[in-house]
Design a protein around this ligand. Structure first.
Ligand code: AMP
Ligand code: GLY
Length: 431
């Protein structure tokens, strides 16, 4: 089969790396890909947002399956555009992607389905939003309704912060139209985790659980980022909890959508808070997580392509996913300044040495070749996602940190405590 992966980050590198192992894949392309993906797939210079060009490429190159990485093209309807051209794409339709594309829509579906989440209300009027927030008590969480590149959530500790955030989002439109409508919700405490599931419209099969590290600095301090590292499995998420998450969160939401005439097909990501009252949904994403994918897919032993085809064809109930018992830890090496301003074009050194380590994968998040020297340089905030595997989390962790010692670029930063929460759940959360 000819397979095209859309996107160019660490998540897409992990997807390409996993699909490359599938016996069913004959030709593998990525659009636009990156310098690391180029080692395993043909990179074509089409951006992930250029839906007409992607459809054209897939038709001309007889692509059998297109796998969509990022949320923006999904929310814009890329899967519908492929379907209209008679082609198959892995990911939810525009209507189903609203679970990520509109937080108020997701809340409505959860309410209808009786799924546990933070108490909340949606507002388009600032005064009413402020009033509701005041009634919730501090801290309060303010969320832009639409897509805001992972930056649309603010945890406000004072009345002034609430006021400033509402003004930024609703009046100054700091996220464009995405923040004109806001969801205000109560602040939840507990341990966070990421549960991804394959969904074929009706059947949900959970992937192995993982835990992301969203804050920039060790000890969960500093600003929120796209994710600085992840590990899998998560020792405090046992089978019983996974079953509850499947039956009380995933299935009701997928059934509620189906009841509205919208089949969810693709991967569904639930960001959960494990509270004292049980798991509650913080957010849904309509795609694989980044960097969760770099920690979860290396543990998948069965054939990802076969699973994806089963999702597209509505026959997931017959699929069996097989997992490596070993643990995986992924640490992101980022450019100094991220998630704010940072420089690009820094020479990356030590990759060959690090790559010699056993059970180690270096997924590229933001890299490219310097056009003149052809050497590998940084090209993004998150630069490399380094994943180590081991018999347990500790062994995987040591492997990945040994590899990071070999790697360098100017102003490289990374957290030194990825996976430490696996030992001490329930201690965090000072917001
Ligand atoms: P989201 O994009 O909705 O996942 O939010 C980003 C981050 O904000 C989450 O990973 C949580 O750490 C935090 N967050 C979101 N909603 C809440 C909430 N209701 N209570 C506490 N923290 C939250
Ligand atoms: N790691 C968080 C996300 O993918 O949204």
């Amino acid at each position: 089969m000819n397979v095209l992966v859309v996107g160019g980050g660490g998540r897409e590198h992990a997807l390409v790396w996993t699909l490359a192992k599938s016996p069913g894949v004959k030709r593998l392309c990525a659009a636009p890909g990156n310098a690391g993906i180029a080692d395993q797939a043909e990179c074509v210079p089409i951006s992930a947002g250029d839906i007409p060009a992607l459809v054209r490429f897939a038709r001309e190159h007889r692509v059998d399956l297109t796998v969509i990485g990022p949320e923006a093209p999904l929310v814009s309807g890329i899967v519908d555009a492929f379907a209209e051209s008679g082609m198959r794409a892995f990911g939810p339709s525009r209507a189903a992607s609203l679970l990520e594309g509109s937080k108020s829509f997701a809340k409505g579906v959860m309410q209808e389905a009786g799924v546990a989440c933070a108490r909340s209300q949606t507002f388009t009027e600032r005064r009413k939003a402020q009033e509701f927030a005041r009634g919730l008590g501090l801290p309060v969480v303010v969320k832009a309704d639409g897509l805001a590149q992972g930056k649309g959530v603010r945890i406000c500790h004072t009345e002034d912060e609430i006021s400033q955030t509402l003004s930024d989002m609703m009046e100054k439109a700091c996220f464009g139209d995405a923040g004109r409508k806001v969801v205000i919700e109560e602040y939840l405490t507990g341990e966070e985790c990421s549960i991804l599931a394959l969904v074929d419209g009706h059947t949900c099969v959970l992937l192995e659980p993982s835990q992301d590290h969203k804050r920039l600095h060790d000890g969960d301090m500093g600003p929120n980022t796209g994710g600085m590292g992840a590990y899998s499995p998560v020792p405090f998420i046992n089978h019983a909890l996974q079953k509850a998450i499947q039956e009380e969160i995933f299935l009701p939401v997928v059934d509620a959508l189906a009841g509205r005439g919208t089949l969810y097909r693709g991967v569904l990501y639930a960001g959960l808070m494990l509270t004292e009252e049980g798991p509650k949904v913080l957010e849904f994403n309509c795609r694989f997580g980044d960097p969760e994918t770099q920690a979860v897919l290396p543990r998948l032993k069965s054939d990802l392509l076969a699973h994806m085809l089963a999702v597209c064809e509505g026959r997931l109930a017959q699929e069996h996913l097989e997992w490596d018992e070993r643990a995986a830890v992924c640490v992101v090496a980022a450019s100094g300044g991220y998630p704010g301003k940072y420089e690009k074009g820094k020479l990356i050194e030590g990759l060959e040495r690090a790559a010699q380590l056993r059970d180690l994968m270096i997924f590229h998040s933001g890299t490219c070749r310097d056009p003149e020297t052809k050497r590998l340089v940084t090209d993004g905030g998150r630069v490399l996602s380094v994943t180590g595997m081991g018999r347990d989390i500790q062994a995987a962790r040591s492997r990945v940190y040994s590899a990071l010692k070999e790697l360098s670029f100017e102003n490289m930063i990374y957290r030194s405590d990825i996976s430490d929460r696996s030992k001490a759940p329930g201690l965090r959360r000072s917001a």
